[in-house]
Design a protein around this ligand. Structure first.
Ligand SMILES: [Zn+2]
Length: 337
């Protein structure tokens, strides 16, 4: 596995992450910055500091490129003294406005890079949709908080572009007014962003997978596209419950993604793909319970997903990821024993 990973990284060498990070224009003064929300340029500088301070523990690489050719950065974290026996893949920010996911991804890197988990190799892709993120940043800087954004530059929802459970099995999904509730992208893996993440998983198959979203306060397990539970339902629920219980604030609820309401379907979503195609124990975390607070914030779409005080939400998300990391490390110790 380690050799394989080395080869995969060789295909997409760092390409000068530090140079990239340092080239990013410093963000303008902005109230959200003052409130602690990092623009992507600041997130990259935080990761660059880790790369500087902990050589050998974290390796940046270009996973692929977006529609508009922005780099999709990935970061691979390993304990160089121990061979990795488990692979964890964490991705975030498929949706343009859900900055909390990228925040949690980078804060998680800050936790694990100084002392990488023994026997567990972790790959983190903090911003899968850099074109959407860029647009959301411009909206904030231009004070256009009433612009709703979710998709990539082609207008495709990257949360509905995967290969499993793309067609709805519920009959009323064929009704014209149902289109906005039951939809998937034009083709499986139709976008460069999803193709890049999937290609990484083909090269380095993950044992466990997490996608960070907002909002809701849920740790979700597959399936999202059909009502039936997976054969691993009990085990996945137990893992998700352990993640939720590790949260220092109000633990999230554990549910099968499909089970919000009886007729809901998340067609072509990433956890169905990573569980169904790659065989990974897959989780989707809906971070925060939203920042909507009365009429003043009803049309502030940034605030929907990113509460004023990010810290407790970052703490909860990181704690869930650290729990999963520990669970995988426990499996490795089980293997050794
Ligand atoms: Zn989302």
């Amino acid at each position: 596995m380690w050799l394989l990973a080395g080869l995969a990284l060789g295909k997409t060498p760092d390409g000068g992450f530090s140079a990239f990070a340092e080239r990013q224009a410093p963000p303008e003064e902005h109230p959200e910055r003052a409130a602690g929300w990092d623009f992507s340029s600041e997130l990259w500088l935080r990761v660059d500091a880790l790369v500087d301070e902990h050589p050998g523990h974290i390796e940046p690489f270009v996973v692929g490129r977006s529609v508009e050719k922005r780099a999709i950065w990935g970061f691979r974290v390993v304990d160089p003294t121990v061979e990795a026996e488990r692979e964890l893949l964490v991705i975030a920010q498929l949706h343009a406005l859900e900055w909390i996911g990228a925040e949690v991804a980078v804060a998680y890197l800050e936790e694990i890079v100084p002392t990488p988990p023994p026997g567990v190799a972790v790959t983190v892709i903090p911003i899968v949709n850099p074109d959407g993120r860029w647009r959301a940043e411009q909206d904030l800087l231009n004070d256009q908080v009433d612009t709703y954004r979710r998709a990539n530059a082609n207008g495709v929802d990257l949360n509905r572009d995967w290969a499993v459970h793309r067609e709805s099995d519920v009959i009323w999904s064929r009704l014209p007014f149902s289109k906005k509730y039951y939809y998937s992208s034009p083709e499986p893996l139709s976008q460069p962003e999803t193709q890049a993440v999937d290609a990484w998983a083909v090269d380095v198959p993950p044992d466990a997978f997490v996608s960070l979203h907002a909002f809701g306060g849920y740790v979700e397990i597959p399936w999202g596209g059909v009502y039936e539970p997976t054969p691993d339902d009990a085990r996945l629920k137990a893992m998700a419950s352990e993640m939720a219980e590790a949260m220092p604030n109000r633990p999230y609820r554990v549910i099968q993604l499909n089970h919000f309401v009886r007729w809901f379907r998340a067609l072509g979503c990433e956890i169905d793909h990573f569980y169904g195609v790659h065989g990974a124990d897959s989780f989707l975390i809906e971070l925060t319970r939203s920042g909507i607070r009365g009429p003043a914030t009803w049309k502030d779409y940034f605030r929907w997903y990113n509460p004023v005080d990010k810290e407790p939400h970052v703490d909860d998300g990181v704690a869930a990821l650290l729990s999963l990391t520990r669970q995988l490390a426990g499996e490795v110790r089980g293997l050794d024993g």
